[in-house]
Design a protein around this ligand. Structure first.
Ligand SMILES: Nc1ncnc2c1ncn2[C@@H]1O[C@H](COP(=O)(O)OP(=O)(O)OP(=O)(O)O)[C@@H](O)[C@H]1O
Ligand SMILES: CC(C)(CO)[C@@H](O)C(=O)[O-]
Ligand code: BAL
Length: 289
């Protein structure tokens, strides 16, 4: 596996693969890789002749008071994981390689006005801009994203559709710790007391999955899930919402595929979790561990 820091080098290698008629899978990440990322890489390796993993911590998706500087980084560990999983390239450019006095970017419209977009107003513009740049550099046939960042996945699917990007987007299920906590690079910020407290997110998710199948209405579901989280003294709820899974709009009646998403601060650490539900299928994805 090659660790590459320049755009030109990635382009040159992908060009050779293309010349040989081989397929390219792409897994965009911000590094500090864990089993959630590994599940995406494993799927990409299974589906494609070649796989590129990017580990760029993208500054333009962090707000001014967010954790850009503190965000965990470990290049050697990331490289070992990528190589072990069978990736061909780990792309980790410096910010200066990716941004040279930019004046043009991608803007997300209505889908930004919900869930994480409300407290992180520039976040999805930054995500879509860097993902577009990465797609243009790697030119993948398929790109793999986690359902843990459900609003991100929905926005990227819509971006690919709206901007006619020539690739397929694959969503992969949430990977959890044995006790239910969704794996996240930001879990490393948690003290041991906070780590225990963070279980209120998955507890509310699992309760919600049961209740929605039993026919609980959207408002009652939000309320019941909030009550579970509120029992945890270290938790501060940002949102608990049932929204249309495609548009992220609020809904009252669960008559179409919905996303049930939560964002909660545990101390200073902001964590997210979610599940999807389609009333036609009347089933939720299994608790994937
Ligand atoms: N637990 C998980 N299960 C499945 N996919 C995941 C999981 N955690 C992250 N991913 C996916 O990995 C990709 C890269 O995410 P990222 O590098 O931001 O990791 P993260 O652990 O979500 O970090 P953060 O702490 O910033 O939320 C995204 O598509 C994300 O949805
Ligand atoms: C998609 C992404 C790599 C863009 O920086 C990031 O938002 C992430 O890790 O989910
Ligand atoms: N996984 C989303 C990256 C971020 O929170 O910036």
């Amino acid at each position: 596996m090659k660790i590459i820091t320049t755009i030109a080098e990635v382009r040159a290698i992908v060009k050779e693969w293309r010349r040989a008629g081989e397929t390219v899978g792409f897994v965009p990440t911000m590094g500090y890789l864990h089993e959630g990322h590994a599940s995406l890489i494993s799927r990409a390796v299974a589906d494609n002749d070649h796989v590129v993993v990017s580990t760029f911590v993208n500054p333009t998706q962090f707000g001014p008071t967010e954790d850009l500087e503190a965000y965990p980084r470990d290049e050697a560990r990331d490289a070992a994981l990528c190589e072990g999983m069978g990736a061909d390239i780990m792309f980790r450019p410096d910010p200066a390689e990716m941004y040279n006095n930019p004046k043009v970017s991608v803007v997300v419209n209505d889908m930004n006005e919900h869930l994480c977009g409300l407290s992180r107003p520039i976040h999805f513009h930054g995500v879509c801009t860097v993902v577009t740049k990465l797609f243009n550099i790697v030119t993948p046939d398929t790109a793999y994203f986690g359902e843990k960042d459900a609003q991100q996945l929905a926005i990227i699917r819509k971006m690919v559709q709206d901007l006619n990007m020539p690739l397929e987007i694959v969503g992969c299920p949430i990977v959890r710790e044995a006790d239910g906590l969704a794996k996240s690079s930001r879990n490393t910020y948690l003290s041991s007391t906070e780590r225990e407290a963070a279980l209120c997110l998955s507890r509310s998710i699992f309760y919600g999955q049961e209740q929605i199948k039993a026919g609980m209405r959207a408002n009652d579901l939000e309320q019941a899930m909030k009550e579970i989280i509120a029992k945890e003294p270290l938790a501060r709820i940002e949102y608990v919402k049932v929204v249309d899974a495609l548009t992220m709009n609020d809904i009252e009646i669960i008559d179409r595929p919905v996303l049930i998403a939560v964002a909660v601060y545990i101390g200073k650490t902001r964590l997210i979790d979610n599940f999807s539900f389609d009333p036609k299928i009347n089933t939720t994805p299994s608790k994937n561990k």
